[in-house]
Write a protein that binds this ligand. Structure first.
Ligand SMILES: *[C@@H]1O[C@H](CO)[C@@H](O)[C@H](O)[C@H]1NC(C)=O
Length: 148
C-alpha cells in the first residue's frame, strides 16, 4: 500500500513536470478565444510570432537571467515586475504566482500578457517580438489555422 502510494506520487510528479509544446494553430485558436487578436491593436500574427520567438511554444521554459530574476513560460514573463516567486521581493503586477505561468492552461499567462501590453503600452517588452516580428507581414503565422 505504501509502495503503491509512493509510486503514484512519483508518477503524478512526472506528469506535472512534463512540458507542453503547443502547435502553432492550437495556440492561434486559444489566442482568438482569449481575445488576443487585435488586443492593444496587435493582430493575431504578432502574438503567435512573439510566442514562437520567446518560448518556441513551450509552456515550461524558465530562463534564469543574470540579475537573478526568471522569465516564465510561453511569453517569458519576468518575475521581477510581473509575478510572484519566493526568491526576492517582487512587484507582482499580474497578481499571479510565477508557477501559474508555466502550466499547460494558458489563462493566467494570457491575462498577464494583456496587462503587460496595457501597462507598457505595446509589445516592446518582448525582445523576440521586437527583433523578429515587429513591422513584418505576419499573416503567415495564422495561415492554415482556421481562424478568421
Ligand atoms: C520545453 O522546455 C522544457 C524546459 O526548458 C524542456 O525541459 C523541454 O524539453 C522542452 N520541451 C520540448 C518538447 O522541447
Amino acid at each position: 500500500m505504501k509502495a503503491a502510494g509512493v509510486l503514484a506520487l512519483i508518477i503524478s510528479l512526472s506528469i506535472v513536470a512534463e512540458s507542453k509544446l503547443y502547435t502553432r494553430c492550437k495556440l492561434a485558436k486559444i489566442f482568438v478565444k482569449a481575445g488576443l487578436d487585435n488586443y492593444g491593436g496587435f493582430s493575431l500574427g504578432n502574438w503567435i510570432c512573439m510566442a514562437y520567438y520567446e518560448s518556441r511554444y513551450n509552456t515550461s521554459v524558465q530562463t534564469l537571467l543574470d540579475d537573478g530574476t526568471v522569465d516564465y513560460g510561453i511569453f517569458q514573463i519576468n518575475s521581477f515586475t510581473w509575478c510572484r516567486s519566493d526568491r526576492i521581493r517582487q512587484k507582482n503586477h499580474c497578481h499571479v504566482a510565477c508557477s501559474a505561468l508555466i502550466t499547460d492552461d494558458l489563462t493566467d499567462a494570457i491575462l498577464c500578457a494583456k496587462k503587460i501590453v496595457k501597462e507598457t503600452q505595446g509589445m516592446n517588452y518582448w525582445q523576440g517580438w521586437k527583433k523578429h516580428c515587429e513591422g513584418k507581414d505576419l499573416s503567415e503565422w495564422k495561415k492554415g489555422c482556421e481562424v478568421s
